[in-house]
Design a protein around this ligand. Structure first.
Ligand code: NCD
Length: 308
């Protein structure tokens, strides 16, 4: 991992990803303890700057920072000077002038954190940029899969939904391929451009949900990202659910121990039925829980002083 921050999975090596996952495994048991607060990042200040809505990512980054003993400040675009016409770069330069140790940011523009990382000394941690990357989501997803499987190599992972707009799909794709998993991407044609096949020979595309799920070890469902569509890509939500919504009967075609994942927020009855969301092998809340350990690991590796 670069000392300058965490921008995406694409630029990380397998070894760097493994290092984060190993550190996250070290932090996982902390969740079960009563005294959760450590002093690893005591004296550090982390700014969380969110230009897009977030429940899980924002809260878990803040909890992770606080559990490591850092001071945190949280800013939403609404209520900041972005409302008064200040440019993104000016806002970031202003925050950087207050000498935080890192800025965790989410923005609707793909590439915004990469641009800012070139302009600023302060390490930038990408909490999701447009349809580009969401690195900590892919890391927490990998950690969750590894709670159920000894390794990612050789697994068949089906990612189903609005692939074209999903930063979660892109970051997962980069990570899973680096570790030798086979990825099947599935969605309606306007949400599944052919270019995705160019990612790697281990990526397969299908418009058919049954085909995607057949023999899958992991089924990862995605929300339809209406906020990123200029014109509607699907005729109706009911029709979408009929062809691409995950229902209990689909799971018979998967491996008997297959797990169901979703980055959240879930829309019951749109991309996933309530029965599947609450199904014993649905690990959606474990993903949320693992988000803390992964974000603690990232903050620790980026910001903690070297230890003996
Ligand atoms: C995702 C995101 O914001 O990219 N959510 C998350 O971070 N857990 C997925 C989504 O919004 O659908």
């Amino acid at each position: 991992m670069q000392r300058r921050g965490l921008l995406g999975i694409e630029s990380l090596s397998r070894e760097q990803i493994q290092q984060i996952l190993d550190r996250a495994k070290f932090y996982q048991p902390l969740q079960a303890r009563t005294g959760k607060k450590l002093d690893t990042l005591r004296g550090k200040t982390i700014i969380h700057l969110f230009y897009e809505s977030s429940t899980r990512t924002r809260t878990s980054f803040e909890i992770a920072a606080k559990r490591l003993g850092a001071d945190t400040i949280s800013i939403s675009a609404k209520g900041s000077s972005a409302d008064k016409g200040e440019s993104l770069l000016d806002t970031l330069n202003t925050l950087a002038a207050m000498r935080p140790d890192a800025i965790v940011m989410r923005h609707s523009a793909s590439g915004a954190p990469n641009f800012l990382a070139r302009m600023l000394e302060t390490p930038i941690i990408n909490a999701g940029d447009g349809s580009h990357e969401h690195p900590t989501q892919a890391l927490l997803d990998a950690l969750t899969i590894l709670d159920h499987r000894p390794s990612l190599a050789g697994l068949r992972v089906a990612i189903i939904g609005d692939i074209v707009h999903s930063r979660v799909a892109r970051s997962n794709l980069h990570l899973l391929i680096k570790f030798g998993a086979e990825v099947v991407l599935c969605g309606p044609p306007p949400m599944l451009p052919r270019e995705f096949e160019c990612f790697s020979p281990s990526v397969k595309l299908t418009f058919n949900i049954e085909e995607a799920i057949a023999d899958a070890d992991v089924i990862m469902m995605l929300r339809v990202q209406f906020e990123r569509q200029n014109a509607p890509l699907i005729p109706s939500e009911n029709e979408y659910f009929r062809f691409y919504g995950l229902r209990l009967e689909h799971l018979q075609a998967a491996r008997p121990d297959a797990i169901v994942m979703h980055p959240g927020p879930i829309n019951r009855g749109r991309e996933i039925s309530s029965e599947v969301a609450d199904f014993p092998r649905s690990v959606i809340l474990t993903q949320v829980e693992n988000g803390i350990a992964v974000r603690m690991a990232v903050l620790d590796l980026l910001l903690a002083e070297p230890r003996l």
